[in-house]
Design a protein around this ligand. Structure first.
Ligand SMILES: O=C(O)[C@H](CS(=O)(=O)O)OP(=O)(O)O
Length: 260
């Protein structure tokens, strides 16, 4: 079992993916933090749209769904909500269906090979997502990949820092100190990309990342000053958003809480 990091969705190697590999998508500021909070607040499912048009078509086909998302941090005109995890944390979303489209994060989900298990990771669900990923990968003897959403195709420091933390946690949980819980389980070997992410985490671990990450600075400049600090709080949620399928008529990816 190998542990990889893809620092942008463009670097994913679909031809190397095997059915059952576990891909954790990370858009720390803010899409995967937002999705975790939406499900934490009771949403039945989040429908992940690649484009504004696809989001609008998904809402038109199923009245009652809330349209959520942003472009360049701002709520999209005509949408019910933006992409602020702090805002969603204050809402009762019990039973709601939410359509989400964001500048980078939601496109990263669509870039992952469809035969893989796709989870959403962030600091808020760090422990929950790494333990789920390890269980799923061990059951299938498959690899784990951390997919950073990046920003407009560029490397994004916030996603890489979170990937480094999740990589270190995965290796700790899979390491000898935890082997007695699961004796004989396959070893998880870090690829160089995972070691690089861990080094980036060590150099820019929170709160430092908030001063240097473009995504953090962009959100702060837009006046959403509570969002970046909220996104670096660790282990506040046990929810693991997971892709459970694709809606045939709209192409939206269906994301629901993982039940192991
Ligand atoms: O809304 C966000 O936080 C960002 C905006 S941008 O990447 O800084 O333009 O979008 P996301 O897709 O969540 O990274």
């Amino acid at each position: 079992m190998q542990l990889y990091v893809f620092f942008t969705p463009e670097t994913i190697l679909p031809e190397r993916a095997q059915a059952g590999d576990v891909y954790i998508v990370i858009d720390l500021i803010r899409a995967t933090t937002t999705m975790t909070v939406m499900l934490e607040q009771g949403a039945r499912r989040v429908l992940v749209a690649e484009s504004i048009e696809q989001a609008r078509a998904g809402a038109a086909a199923h009245p009652g769904r809330a349209l959520c998302g942003e472009r360049n941090v701002r709520r999209i005109p005509g949408f019910d909500y933006g992409n602020s995890p702090r805002e969603f944390a204050q809402l009762d979303l019990q039973g709601r269906e939410l359509i989400l489209t964001t500048t980078n994060g939601t496109r990263a989900f669509h870039a992952c090979p469809p035969e893989t298990i796709r989870l959403a990771g962030c600091f808020r669900n760090a422990h929950a997502v790494v333990s789920a990923a390890l269980t799923l990968a061990r059951e299938r003897e498959r690899d784990i990949a951390l997919v950073c959403a990046g920003e407009f195709g560029y490397f994004a420091l916030d996603d890489a820092v979170c990937a480094g933390y999740l990589a270190a946690e995965l290796l700790r949980l899979a390491g000898p100190d935890h082997q007695e819980a699961d004796p004989g389980s396959p070893v998880l070997t870090p690829h160089g990309s995972a070691l690089a992410a861990i080094a980036i985490y060590e150099a820019y671990k929170p709160p430092r990342v908030l001063e240097y990450s473009e995504s953090s600075l962009t959100v702060l400049r837009a006046g959403l000053v509570d969002d970046p600090p909220f996104c670096v709080e660790i282990d506040r949620s046990s929810v693991v958003p997971a892709v459970s399928g694709r809606e045939p008529e709209t192409g939206l990816l269906i994301v629901e809480p993982l039940a192991l």
